[in-house]
Write a protein that binds this ligand. Structure first.
Ligand code: UGY
Ligand code: MN
Length: 212
């Protein structure tokens, strides 16, 4: 036995290639950044104060710098934290992942939103400005996208539950809850849900706007 209490050569006879172990390897990440897609996994998140918000740390996961025309970010709020309003003519969807928030717009009523609740600002649908669509997509294990999609819309995706394989362009990625994906226009995309539990993901898509 060696000092750690494990038999000599234990790591050779008990390979550590399972995904859970790979996550702990120095420098290892499943995150990928390519011209037409990105996968951003939790070990890559970097938080810093969100501009104009009070007492809130945020991690921008998708932004125009990547080629998207939208942002997607995690906001980590405490008691007493406060958001800045969206910039003028910017639509915002809030989805609560943990705890609860109170939402008030202008001098209007205050709503309490807990986990799994969402709010869209401003109120829809108004005009062309409503070009913002968020779907919740559910797949039972073994289900997959019927279309091997290639389309003009862009996507921002947050995997809320489950695991599976995402095809993006010529790459195939094992993905799981907590992962974020950016898809540029026209990137070939396909998903199959695997594992033992359903997959649920939150999906941004630009709509209602003539691309010309
Ligand atoms: O509607 C969609 O474009 C959606 N099915 N795409 C996706 O899940 N990647
Ligand atoms: Mn799509």
């Amino acid at each position: 036995e060696c000092s750690g209490g494990q038999p000599l050569y234990w790591k050779v006879t008990h390979p550590t290639l399972a995904p859970a172990h790979l996550q702990d390897l120095p420098g290892f990440t499943r995150s990928v950044f390519k011209r037409d897609h990105a996968l951003i996994t939790p070990e890559s998140h970097v938080f810093s104060p969100l501009p104009d918000w009070i007492n809130t740390l945020g991690a921008y996961l998708i932004s125009p710098a990547i080629g998207a025309h939208f942002t997607m970010y995690l906001a980590n709020m405490q008691d007493g934290s406060k958001s800045a309003p969206p910039p003028k003519d910017v639509e915002r969807l809030i989805f609560v992942l943990q705890g609860s928030i109170s939402l008030s717009v202008g001098t209007g009523t205050t709503h309490s939103l807990s986990v799994d609740s969402y709010a869209y600002l401003p109120l829809l649908p108004t005009s062309l400005l409503y070009d913002f669509n968020i779907h919740i997509m559910d797949f039972q294990p073994g289900e997959y996208l019927n279309v091997k999609e290639v389309h003009y819309n862009q996507h921002g995706l947050l995997l809320l539950e489950g695991q599976g394989i995402y095809r993006l362009g010529d790459s195939w990625y094992p993905v799981q809850a907590g992962d974020t994906i950016w898809m540029a226009p026209f990137v070939p995309q396909w998903y199959a849900a695997l594992g033992k539990t359903r997959t649920r993901y939150l999906l941004y898509k630009d709509v209602n706007r003539n691309p010309l």
